[in-house]
Design a protein around this ligand. Structure first.
Ligand SMILES: [Zn+2]
Length: 463
């Protein structure tokens, strides 16, 4: 580790002298970053898209988004051939299981391994898993996650997971279980976590309350506790649909296949949000994300988001998640309306069909929607001056893309984008990925730790 730091410092010093326009100026006290000359996809209605634009960041905040910005003190990052856009926001992820990658082939195996292996995790294993997942997220352009924790037998585990989130640089919500060992979690326990966050969270971490396992008659009490402490989200996996009188705007329906029109009606009425699992649900044979039914049923776009859910089973890939949502919505739309013409055995839509869920809509759910679901829309989810600087640059000048700005950019991103196209990731003003490489991360070490952790857990469990 010591050797590694030394090497990085040498490289940095060399860059300092070799590139006076860049690092030397940022070293002189200015805390500004200027992303220059990219296609700006702001996801802010007032700003819209800029075919060539700049984004100025100062002290972790977005200061200005416009066609051309003068900032002589700023560290300049050339965005030629790149899309500059808000980082992706996912809303439901059991991060502690990430190091079990490759083990569970379907839902049955997933539940089996979760149950059998969980008791053999040490706090270090929880830390390694969450760190591994968090860096996977940053590498793919996700800047905010909701860690839907599953095992919290003592505070040491909670702390280990929160520490991993903060260390990674992500913006995150940390889920706290409302029932631990069949006992309702008390306010003092939650306050302890809140205090830890206030001291160590670097303004990027917040707490959510997970109601999974709360009995129907205790839902009111548990929810009120969360509301008193201003936690968000407050929810079980079904968005509180079992007790709709208690459910509300802080609740999230996860997954989605199988939702009835009646359930969707309640969700509209109660402003309940949605965390689809667009890669997991087809993989486990559960169904496609019901994007068409949600939209046709009146769920607002900004209440819909994607979630990673279980990265041990499917990739951490926001592009693939949004692609699955668009493609599912199209299939469902054609099927629901029987619009189209027959081409051989296929029914394909008639010319001029207007899709209910566009590529731009998909990107909105992947950024602003996720932020809204997590109660963070005032902080992140769009390139809006005044918001925190959670910004990514996607490289279009690669074999799977074309760097032209007069084409359908949202379509290119959703249908062709890969995590490998994510060139730069900035979270809360800190550069976490640059030139396609995570900054100050010994990736091999993180991978080794996750692999060793899995091996250790399995050997202790005899699996
Ligand atoms: Zn889940």
């Amino acid at each position: 580790m010591q050797m590694y730091i030394k090497t990085r410092l040498t490289v940095f010093a060399f860059t300092l002298f070799a590139s006076p326009m860049g690092f030397a100026q940022s070293n002189s006290g200015s805390n500004e970053i200027l992303l220059q000359g990219g296609y700006v996809l702001s996801m802010d209605n007032d700003i819209g898209d800029l075919a060539s634009g700049d984004v100025l960041i100062r002290d972790g905040q977005i200061i200005e988004v416009s066609a051309s910005i003068e900032a002589p003190q700023a560290q300049i990052i050339d965005a030629t051939g790149m899309v500059i856009m808000p980082g992706f926001v996912e809303t439901h992820w059991h991060m502690w299981e990430s190091s079990l990658r490759g083990m569970a082939n379907d839902a049955a195996e997933y539940f089996y391994y979760s149950q059998v292996l969980a008791p053999h995790y040490t706090p270090e294993d929880f830390h390694a898993a969450v760190k591994y997942a968090a860096l996977d997220a940053i590498n793919a352009g996700i800047t905010t996650v909701h860690n839907w924790a599953g095992v919290q037998t003592d505070f040491e585990i909670v702390q280990a997971e929160m520490r991993a989130l903060v260390e990674s640089g992500l913006r995150a919500k940390m889920g706290y279980l409302a029932v631990i060992r069949e006992e309702l979690t008390e306010e003092a326990e939650l306050s302890r976590a809140i205090n830890w966050i206030n001291e160590n969270g670097e303004q990027r971490l917040g707490l959510s309350l997970l109601l999974d396992g709360v009995q129907a008659e205790q839902m009111q009490t548990a929810t009120e506790l969360g509301r008193t402490l201003k936690l968000w989200p407050i929810t079980d996996h079904s968005g509180g649909l079992g007790t709709p009188e208690v459910s509300g705007e802080e609740f999230i329906v996860t997954h989605g296949p199988g939702l009835t029109p009646e359930a969707i009606e309640i969700m509209v009425e109660k402003d309940i949000k949605v965390a689809l699992s667009p890669l997991i649900d087809p993989m486990i044979g559960g169904g496609l994300p019901p994007v068409y039914a949600l939209l046709a049923g009146g769920i607002p776009l900004e209440n819909i988001s994607f979630s990673v859910d279980v990265s041990a089973q499917t990739p951490v890939d926001p592009f693939a998640s949004l692609r699955a949502m668009v493609n599912s919505a199209r299939m469902q739309q054609v099927q629901a309306n029987q619009v189209g013409v027959t081409a051989g055995t296929l029914i394909i839509p008639a010319p001029g069909t207007e899709w209910i869920f566009s590529y731009r809509d998909a990107l909105l759910t992947g950024t602003y929607g996720g932020a809204n679901v997590l109660g963070l829309a005032d902080q992140t989810g769009s390139l809006t001056p005044g918001k925190r600087a959670d910004v990514i640059m996607v490289n279009m000048n690669m074999i799977n893309m074309l760097p032209l700005t007069d084409v359908d950019i949202p379509m290119q991103l959703v249908q062709h984008g890969l995590p490998a196209n994510v060139d730069t990731v900035i979270i809360d003003g800190h550069i976490r990925k640059l030139n396609g490489e995570l900054v100050d991360v010994d990736m091999q070490r993180v991978i080794n730790e996750a692999a060793q952790s899995q091996a250790g857990i399995r050997s202790r469990a005899g699996e």
